[in-house]
Design a protein around this ligand. Sequence first.
Ligand code: NOJ
Length: 780
Amino acid sequence: MQDVRRWNIEEIIANKRKGCKDSAGTEPLQRDQSMKQSELEQLLKSMSLEEKINQMLQVTGDFYLGKTVITGPMRENGFTEESVAQAGSVIGLLGADVVKKVQKAYMEQQPHHIPLLFMLDVINGFKTVFPIPLGQGATFEPELSRRCAQAAAKEAAVAGLHVTFAPMVDLVRDARWGRVMESTGEDTYLNSCFSKAMVEGFQGSDLKEPYRVAACIKHFAGYGAPDAGRDYNTVELSEHTLREFYLPAYQAGIEAGSALVMTSFNTIDGVPATGNKWLMRDILRDEMGFDGVLISDWAAMEEIIYHGYCEDRSDAAKRSIAAGVDIDMMTGIYSERLLELIQNGTVEESLVDEAAMRILELKNKLGLFENPYKDADEEKSREIILCREHRELARECARKSFVLLKNEGILPIRKEQKTAFIGPYTDNHNILGAWSFIGTSEDAVSIRDAAMEVLDQSKTTFFQGCPVLDDTVKLEGFNSGEGAEEESKAATNLEAEKVKQEKMLQEAIEAAKEADLVIMPLGEHRLQSGEACSRAEIVIPEVQMELFRKICQVQPNVAVVLFNGRPLDIREISGKAKAVLEVWMPGTEGGHAILDVLTGTYNPTGKLTMSFPYSVGQVPVHYNEYSTGRPHVPGKDKDRFRSKYLDIPNTPLYPFGYGLSYTSFEVSKAELDRREMKLGQVLNATVKIKNTGETAGTQVLQLYIRDVKASVVRPVKELKGFCKVHLLPGEEKSVTFEIREEMLRFYSENKVFESEAGEFQVFIGVDSSVEDYERFYLRK
Ligand code: NOJ
C-alpha cells in the first residue's frame, strides 16, 4: 500500500487549519438547524473541484489513527495525504471518543469544515449480536428484525457511527455461496418484507432522530447469484429473472427510504455493476427512483479493470462516474484521476457536482452540519451497549429463528433424564457469525453456560468430543483475531493433537453410553460461512461426523443441534439422529435461546427460508422454480423423459417454509369466497387451523399462488402472504388471507409488471410443499 503519512490528530488540533487551503475563508460552521437546499447549493458552489472530488473518497480509519476494522483486501491505491485528510467518509473507525476526536480534527482542517461520515458493516447487531440474517428470515417475523435493526442502530450510533452497510437483500439460491448467511433467503416476497423492515429499523422516520443510522441496501444487483456459488464469480441472469426475482427486495428497501445503495462486484449482462450505466442510472435511479448515495463496494471500482472492462484507472473513474457512483470505497481512483479527466474535458464537472451534492445531502439528513458528533457518547455507550433490553431481544430473536427439522419424540428434554451434551459447540462461544466485528465471543452465552443455569447438574454432563475442524481442513487467509489461529495452532502439533482427540472421543463415547439422551451441538466453523467462504462440499466437517457416527452406535437417542451459516447436506445426520434442531449462528444469547427450545420453555416456530438440498448436486434448488415442459410427476419415476435426476429426488431434503413444532396442527383446505375476481375486488381465502397436540404452539401459515398460464412462464408456486397463529391445545382458528390483483402481477411479455386474466391456484399450508389448492379466475 502506498505510504500515506498517518494523521497526527494532536498536531492538527494544535495547529488548527495551519497550511490547509481554505477556499471560503470561513469559520467553522455554527448552526442550530439543518442546511436548506439553497444553502447546500451555495456550499457546493464555494467548494473547489479537488474538495468536491475528495468528498467522494472513502478510506479506512487507519489513515487517521492506525487502528480500524478492515473488511476487504488492502491494495495499492492512489491516495495522497491531502486527499485522505479531506476524504468525505471513513470506514471502520468507531468508539465515541475516538470519533469525536477525529471529527473535530477533520473539520478543523477541511476547507469548509464539512463533517466526516463514519461508516461500518453493522449486520446482525453491533455489540449485542442477533442471529445471522438467514436465521432472522426463519422467524418469518420482519417486525422482530425491525426491532433488532433499531437496537443495533442505537448501539452503533452511540459508538459514533452514521451509516451501516446493511441490510444485504440479495436473493440467494446456491448454498455453496458463503454469503447466503447475510440474506434472508430464496424468496422474493419474504426478502422484500425483511428489506423494508430492516431499513426502517436502522433509519426510523428521520435520520436526525437520536440513535438512527443510515441504511445501505446492497449489493446492487444480483450479487446473490454467482455462478457455481463461488464468491465474486460471474453472474448470469436473464433480465426477466433479474427483474422478477432479484430486484423487488432492493426496490422495497429503496421505497422504505434507504439512504444509500452499494454496487455489487459482479457483472450484469456482461458489464460489471460498478461501471454499469444502464443498471445504475436507467434502472436504479430512473426506474426504481433511488436518489440517495451510491457507494462502490470495497475496491470494486478498481476491479472493473481486472474484469477486463476498463483499460486503466482513468477509464475506471470515467465509467464509474458515468454510472453515477458517488463514493469510491478504498481505491483512490476518483481522487487520483477525476481532476485531470475534468480538466482535459473527458468527464463533465457536473457529474462531480451531482455526486458531491448527494453526499452533502446525506450529511445534512443525518443532522451533521448542526451536530457533527451526532449520538457519539461514551457514557451512553456504557449504558446502551449490551444492555439487558438488547440481550432479551437477542434471545427472543434467536429462539424464534431456530428450525426443528426432525423430532421423533425425544425433544423437549425431560428434566428427569440423564442428558449428555457432546460436540464441539457444547461450550463454544464462537457463535456470532462471520460479520460480527464488534461483538465478542466472551459476551456470548454457550450451551453449557445456559444448561448449567436450568438443568439438574447431577444429571447433566458436557463433552467437547472433537474439535470443530481437524488438520484436514485449513482456514487460510483470515485476518488475525478472526479465530482461525486456534485451528492452525492445533494443526502444527499433529501428534499431540491426535492423542488429545482420541481421549476426547473415548470420554464422549463413555458418557453417551451412560446417558438417556445425547444432545450433539455440531456445525460449521464460524469462518466457513461469510464473505469469500464458498464451499463445494456443504457438509459438517468430517471429524465431527466421525464423532456423530460413533455416538449413534452406542446411543439411540441422539438430538443434533446444528450451527451453520448456510443450508448443508445433512442427509446422514437427519437419517440417523432422532431429532435435529437448526440454530444457525445464533448470536450473543444463543445458549439461553437454545436451552429455551431444548427444554420446551419455548416451542419452536422457525421455518426455513432456504431449501436444504438433498445433496450438493441438486444446488441451486429453490421452491419457486419455473414450470417446465416435462415436469416430474411424483410416483412416475420410470417415466424417463422428464425433468428429473436418475439418482436423487427433485425435492430438497427440507423445503422452503418447513419447520416442526412440539405440537401438531391440522390445516383445512383453502376456501375461497368467490371463484371470479375482477380488478379492484378482493378475494378472501380462508383456512381453519387446529392445534391437535398437547402443548400451546405457533404455526406460520403460508399463502402460495400459482399463475396457471401466462404470456411468460411462471413459477410453480410463489409465496404471497404469511401469518403466525398462536393456538392453545385443542384450539381452532379461522385465518383469512386477502388476495388482490396487485399480488398477481409479474414481469410480462410487455416488459412491465402487470397481471393477466386467467386461472390461478391458491395453496395455504405450513410449508412450500403444500399440494392442495383451490382455483379462481381473474377477469378483466
Ligand atoms: C465488501 C463486502 O462485499 C460488503 O458487503 C461490505 O459492506 C464491504 N466489504 C465493506 O466492509
